[in-house]
Design a protein around this ligand. Structure first.
Ligand code: RNT
Ligand code: ZN
Length: 421
């Protein structure tokens, strides 16, 4: 257990160390406080949702593991989320999927969902000061069972999913209006073929048309922003995904919607950190799905690894916090789900802090003057500066657990609440 005075002492020393290289730690913490992270609701119940009890089906994604304590109702999920947010410094958002509707058991078809079906979420978000983001759900449904939705060859099925997309944008807009912060609604569809297709063009033309129908009505960006998420492959769509990166890059740029970059959706050696600056040269804004792919799009809990540091650096170094919406996307059912949320979200915040503690102007200057020796030397020295001491102090100041203190609290919640489910 940490004690307050040792955290404060360590911070004073760290503050001096950073001041020596021209970095103001107080300013870094103040900047971090203003960056929201959108937590994904689906970590709490293995992407199950409350529309049916069938769990996650199709979609080419999979939550593996059977750790006890999964949330079974919206109330349980919100209770778990309250614990999670109490352990993450700062004010953060919630990204909700359409299947997390709260209708008191009433069945509502996906193309008939209304803002009222999410009223309890908005009420909760308002009382806890969380902004909200939204996602139409194009999987776990009989009309998605053959692996196609918006790009389906059958016009009737496409129409159903277009209606779902339109309904979701209205719900997203209602979140934005009620919560006073724009809702980012992210469209991801699973459409693709297991084996090599003959026609790659047809499905993409159908998808382009369907998306145009979904986005036809203009919504005030003060309340709502649209985003589209591409992908390389999924389980059952190994050979061809209609909504590939190139497809959506073109779509986002020509339709002026946000492009979503998910860190698990590219070739295993390809990283999204290097794409941010390229996309931001042309796109107004980006949504991130920060995840951790292990050899494939496995959606492991976000770790504080090189790529996470790099993502944060790319956002902070270029002053892009207003143009890059940071969302998380992973689902691990093999460990305590509340802990999984906390670990990933704290890591995201920690990586942002690390980037904020960098003497960027000085590094840039080395680079511009061709002093690559100093650039490398400083980047390596920075790695062992006392980031942890600043992080601990930031947690202390924010009234959240310092160091691994949060773990005992999660274990206690597990004993008292999760294990009884
Ligand atoms: C799937 C996409 C998508 C989903 C969520 C649940 O590969 O990453 O974002 O993870 O919609
Ligand atoms: Zn994603």
């Amino acid at each position: 257990m940490s004690n307050t005075s040792s955290v404060e002492k360590a911070y004073e020393l760290a503050k001096q160390r950073y001041a020596d290289i021209g970095v103001n730690t107080d300013q870094a913490m103040a900047a971090l406080k203003k960056i929201p992270i959108s937590l994904h609701c689906w970590q709490g119940d293995d992407v199950g949702g409350f529309e049916s009890t069938g769990g996650l089906t199709g979609g080419g994604i999979q939550a593996t593991g059977n750790y006890p304590g999964r949330a079974r109702t919206a109330d349980e999920l919100r209770a778990d989320l309250d614990v999670v947010y109490s352990m993450i410094p700062g004010r953060h958002r919630l990204s909700l999927h359409a299947i997390y509707l709260d209708t008191g058991g009433k069945k509502v078809e996906r193309n008939a969902i209304q803002p009222e079906h999410y009223a309890s979420w908005v009420h909760w978000a308002k009382s806890n000061n969380h902004g909200m983001d939204f996602n139409p759900t194009f999987f776990s449904h009989p009309k998605a069972a053959d692996g196609f939705t918006l790009a389906h060859p059958d016009a009737g099925i496409r129409k159903f999913w277009i209606e779902h997309g339109i309904a979701c944008r209205k719900i997203g807009e209602s979140f934005g209006r009620q919560l006073g912060t724009p809702c980012v609604t992210n469209v991801w569809i699973p459409d693709g073929y297991k084996d090599v297709p003959v026609d790659r063009f047809g499905p993409r033309e159908r998808l382009r048309e369907s998306l145009d129908a979904v986005f036809a009505e203009r919504i005030d960006p003060k309340y709502h922003l649209d985003a589209v998420e591409g992908k390389l492959f999924g389980i059952g769509s190994e050979s061809f995904v209609v909504g590939s990166h190139e497809f959506y890059l073109g779509y986002a740029l020509t339709r002026n919607v946000l492009l979503t970059l998910d860190s698990g959706h590219f070739h295993p050696t390809e990283v999204i950190s290097t794409k941010l600056s390229a996309v931001l040269c042309f796109a107004k804004e980006i949504l991130l799905h920060v995840s951790r792919p292990v050899r494939w799009d496995s959606d492991h809990v976000v770790a504080l690894d090189d790529e996470l540091f790099a993502i944060a650096q790319e956002i902070i170094r270029h002053g892009s916090t207003d143009r890059v919406h940071i969302g998380l996307d992973y689902f691990d059912a093999s460990i305590n789900r509340v802990a999984a949320w906390v670990i990933g979200a704290r890591n995201m915040a920690k990586a942002l802090l690390a980037a904020l503690l960098e003497p960027t102007d000085q590094l840039r200057n080395y680079e511009l003057t061709g002093d690559f020796t100093s650039r490398l030397a400083m980047l390596e020295e920075l790695k062992t500066l006392p980031l942890g001491a600043v992080w601990d102090y930031y947690c202390l100041q924010s009234g959240v657990p310092v160091g691994a203190e949060w773990l005992a609290k999660v274990k206690d919640y597990e004993a008292k609440v999760l294990s009884k489910r």
